[in-house]
Write a protein that binds this ligand. Structure first.
Ligand code: IMP
Length: 195
């Protein structure tokens, strides 16, 4: 089965490609822009982007939208994570967290699927709880990985291999939900014919 993905984030594509292979899915990046609405909801952003992508290419397509939500910053940066990463970045976030003892945070991911015979757009969600480290650690991954320590671990995401991150990450959980749903519904969707 082939699925297309709209994203220019190579970190996301790499993680999702690993997960796709585990489920026998051929994930192919599409070179079209991810059209994004401005919204505080990553669900709304993913839903809209997947709709536009599907109307453009008419192929089975997924879009992933995600964000980091920090409790003591009133869940900032949330849906603005990509913009905040590009502007104040990791060091800006650590500055805002100076002297803050409660460092609880959560990463959320939404994968939106739009495909032939799928009614509307299907959304699959995943979350991972954790804390914000005192300083950046590790060189792997992307985005806020060097400052996020998932619950039950001492390493940041950037200190983990991609396989380790995929065991617990928000994105992996959302993807597993998608894979499970596809397996269950593949018969009526004729998804083995998706090309
Ligand atoms: P978007 O989903 O393309 O809007 O971007 C989400 C942004 O959230 C990314 O650019 C990162 O800054 C951050 N982010 C989302 N997921 C992760 C992750 O797994 N690791 C690190 N940063 C992430």
């Amino acid at each position: 089965m082939r699925l297309y993905i709209v994203s220019r984030n190579q970190g996301k594509i790499r993680e999702l490609s690993y997960l796709s292979r585990e489920h026998g899915i051929d994930l192919v990046p599409l070179d079209i822009p991810k059209v994004e609405v401005q919204s505080e909801s990553i669900q709304e952003v993913a839903l809209y982007s997947a709709t536009v992508a599907y109307l453009t290419v008419r192929k089975p397509v997924i879009v992933e939208d995600s964000g980091l939500y920090i409790k003591k910053l009133k869940m900032f940066p949330g849906a603005l994570s990509s913009y905040v990463y590009k502007t104040i970045g990791i060091h800006g976030i650590l500055k805002l967290m100076e002297g803050v003892r409660d460092r609880d945070a959560v990463f959320k991911s939404v994968i939106a699927l739009a495909a032939p015979r799928v009614r509307g757009v299907k959304l699959f969600q995943g979350v991972v709880y954790g804390t914000i480290s005192e300083e950046p650690r590790g060189t792997g991954g992307f985005g806020f990985d060097p400052i996020f320590i998932p619950s039950g671990y001492t390493k940041t995401f950037a200190e983990m291999s991609i396989e380790e991150k995929n065991k617990v990450s928000h994105r992996a959980k959302a993807f597993r939900g998608l894979a499970k749903w596809l397996i269950k519904n593949c018969g009526k969707l004729l998804c083995h014919d998706w090309k």
